[in-house]
Design a protein. Structure first.
Length: 312
């Protein structure tokens, strides 16, 4: 990995996730909601998976939801933060790894399913991580993940940027960047996955004020870990002004601020010969006009009409 890929301070990410092991239970509603959506997608697949990996398991909140689906025989939990991994093992009594998503310690072709619930947005080299995930899957293995998209925390980002510009005369990264939905499908294809599907959904959460939102982000282990972040603490003046801007511009009719979380869902398969393949151009066996119960007009048949219109 070269220096240009070091967007996030991974050591700081781990420390903040370790710290959140004690507080996540009070602020895990977003991960639970996203986990339920993942399990709904899993239920749509008409097969079971003998061996699966929960990549970025936090305290193991996804495991009880997965058990209810009856789709997985053995689930291995994994997180880059040791305290998260320990909490997940204690909670669910399941095989657990403390492993970095950027250096996945899984042999090629051994997993039937990889799940990841709102964790991969902290990875520096996302194409590389996706490639490792694809290699760890057996042929026709499934990858199912959610991650935060680019619309996430757009209100907080705006409020902090405007406040810092007003109070200090400059701006530094205060909210982490997230994946662009339009790029996600290309990333899956680049990693060698087949049949990629990407969709996004915005979830709006309301808070009493911006300070309560920031407190929840801290409890989740989701505060800023950008490598180029300012090392100076946020000035009180800047923080209070950001809260004022936020409330003035992004409040609902009840006076509560609105925070947007964009959940991007990725579905893709490790390639296998049995999967549906795109047809070669011109190889179709059915006529579209017949299916639509209409008359086919060939290109040559259109020419006189086009000429007549031109002459007029």
């Amino acid at each position: 990995m070269n220096d240009s890929m070091q967007v996030f301070d991974r050591a700081l990410v781990r420390r903040r996730r370790d710290r959140a092991a004690e507080t996540l239970a009070h602020a895990d509603f977003l991960f639970q909601a996203s986990g339920e959506r993942l399990c709904d997608r899993l239920l749509d697949v008409l097969r079971t998976f003998p061996t699966a990996l929960d990549l970025g398991c936090r305290t193991g909140g996804l495991t009880p939801l997965v058990r209810e689906t009856g789709k997985i025989e053995t689930l291995i939990q994994s997180d880059c933060a040791s305290r998260f991994a320990h909490a997940a093992r204690s909670k669910n009594n399941m095989p657990t790894l403390c492993a970095d998503e950027e250096y996945l310690p899984i042999a090629d072709g051994v997993l039937d399913l990889v799940l990841s619930n709102l964790s991969l947005h902290w990875v520096n080299d996302l194409p590389g991580a996706l490639t490792q995930i694809r290699r760890s899957l057996k042929p026709d293995g499934l990858f199912l993940a959610t991650l935060f998209g680019g619309e996430t925390l757009k209100e907080l980002r705006t409020a902090l940027m405007e406040s810092e510009s007003e109070t200090t005369g400059g701006v530094s990264p205060r909210v982490s960047p997230f994946v662009d939905v339009r790029d996600a499908g290309n990333l899956l294809s680049r990693a060698g996955f087949a049949l990629p599907v990407v969709d996004a959904e915005n979830i709006e959460v309301t808070y009493e004020n911006a300070l309560k939102l920031m407190s929840d982000l801290r409890a989740m282990g989701e505060t800023n870990a950008v490598s180029e972040r300012s090392r100076k603490p946020l000035r009180q003046e800047t923080l209070l002004r950001a809260a004022e801007i936020y409330k003035g511009r992004f409040s609902n009719e009840r006076g509560r601020i609105v925070a947007t979380f964009q959940i991007v869902t990725l579905t893709a398969w490790a390639p296998h010969a049995s999967q549906q393949q795109p047809l070669r151009p011109g190889s179709a066996q059915a006529n579209l006009a017949d299916a639509l119960e209409t008359q086919e007009i060939k290109l040559d048949d259109k020419t006189p009409f086009a000429k007549d219109n031109t002459d007029q």
